[in-house]
Write a protein that binds this ligand. Structure first.
Ligand code: FAD
Ligand code: UDP
Length: 363
């Protein structure tokens, strides 16, 4: 009999496994994939740690979370400062004085930038933003919206910006300083040696079975464990009884190139409709890996229309949130099952949110 059978070897499952092991509990972790670490999985290819499920930058304001991950592995001082490319123009991200002075060559000071943005925001004066387009224009004006937000967002979500919730764009910082650091958080970095190493540390001494789908044997697992920790899709757990939640997927195309430095930074966002991908990742820059070669990944947004595809993003619009709420109510009534993580809570969590939640979950 296990104290815990944990479904999913991603950050939520692994953090719970680590804590349960510390308490001397008997734990089994299963994952349907052939590797641990869920979406933060990194694979060492020719000395370069490749972020197999897209660029992952650890950033947090939670000191306890930062101390926890640093107690397991060492982090470098990587600071995320992606650039955005539209056609043959390059802009700094997130929106800051470097971006503003390039978009408007006669803008040099914060006061000038604010005045120019205010001018462009006039079209939204007195109106409450009802969708993402209106939210973006009232935040940064139409020029930035059209060059740096509209195309990227429509590719990512496969919907017109007028049909998307305003919330999505609130994640993007706007700063009136010459600072290209993407995140506002106090702590930031990449685990030296990759994220898989971090999760390996969490799972040290824990029984792990890969290529193992919970639903192939759910009743058996329930009999074998006092508590199930479930980190898969919440609607799937309940047999989709209220209907399917929607997700967004991604397709990754990775290439090794015989050149040392392809794009000069880890992440370039392609914000226009002239290419179908949204980002190009050059993995060696996360850890300043020295190599005569480089590995790059093109990230293409994809509909989640086939259960064989990975469900990467939850879609927190009104319709899906309402349905998710019904599933969460069922989950709250489910005895001896803990639901946690991005898919089991249907929340747009970052890594630190997931770890925080797992550290605070009563076990
Ligand atoms: P997951 O990592 O998805 O783990 C769930 C695991 O459960 C998976 O391994 C899955 O195979 C397994 N599983 C599911 N169903 C079953 C089943 N039936 N049986 C067995 N196993 C099952 N966060 C940041 O903080 N910074 C970033 O820069 C960042 N970038 C991101 C970029 C992309 C492209 C994406 C998609 C996410 C990004 N995130 C980032 C978010 C981050 O990936 C998540 O917060 C985190 O990985 C979620 O961990 P989790 O344990 O909830 O889920
Ligand atoms: N976004 C954008 N332009 C960019 C990058 C992001 O308009 O160059 C928007 C887009 O709508 C995206 C949201 O900001 O969905 C959040 O982006 P972020 O990179 O923070 O999220 P992630 O995709 O990494 O979860």
């Amino acid at each position: 009999m296990y104290d815990y059978i944990i479904v999913g070897a991603g950050l939520f499952g692994a953090t719970i496994a680590y804590r349960a092991k510390q308490q001397g509990k008997k734990v089994l972790v299963i994952d349907k994939r052939n590797h641990i670490a869920g979406n933060v999985y990194t694979e060492n290819v020719d000395g370069i740690n490749v972020h197999k499920y897209g660029a992952h930058i650890f950033h947090t304001d939670y000191k306890d979370v930062w101390d926890f991950v640093n107690s397991l592995v060492e982090f470098n001082r990587y600071t995320n400062s992606p650039v955005a490319r539209i056609g043959n123009e390059i802009y700094n991200m997130p929106f800051n004085m470097n971006t503003f002075s390039k978009i408007w060559p006669d803008v040099f000071t914060p006061a000038e930038a604010k005045a120019r943005i205010d001018e462009e925001r006039q079209e939204m004066a007195g109106k409450e933003p009802k969708n993402l387009e209106e939210q973006a224009i009232s935040l940064v004006g139409r020029s930035i919206y059209e060059k740096l937000i509209k195309g990227y967002t429509e590719k990512q979500w496969h919907r017109d910006c007028k049909d998307l919730p305003a919330d999505i764009i609130k994640r993007l910082p706007v700063r009136f300083i010459y600072d290209n650091n993407y995140f506002n958080d106090r702590y930031q970095g990449i685990p030296i040696g990759g994220y898989t190493k971090l999760v390996e540390k969490m799972l040290e001494g824990v029984e792990v079975r890969l290529d193992t789908n919970f639903f192939d044997n759910a009743d058996e697992y329930r009999k074998q464990a006092k508590t199930i920790v479930y980190t898969g899709m919440i609607d799937e757990y309940f047999g989709f009884k209220y209907g399917h939640l929607e997700y967004r997927s991604l397709r990754f195309e990775t290439k090794t190139l015989d050149e040392e430095n392809y794009q000069g930074c880890a992440v370039v966002n392609y914000t226009g409709h002239e290419v179908d991908y949204t980002r190009v990742i050059e993995h060696k820059h996360f850890e300043s890996t020295e190599s005569p070669k480089t590995i790059i990944t093109f990230e293409y947004p994809d509909d989640w229309d086939d259960p064989k595809k990975e469900a990467y993003y939850v879609i927190n619009d009104a319709k899906n949130n309402e349905l998710a709420e019904k599933y969460r109510a069922l989950a709250a009534k489910e005895k001896n099952v803990i639901f946690g993580g991005r898919l089991a809570e249907y929340k747009y969590y970052d890594m630190d949110d997931v770890i925080k939640k797992a550290l605070e979950t009563e076990i």
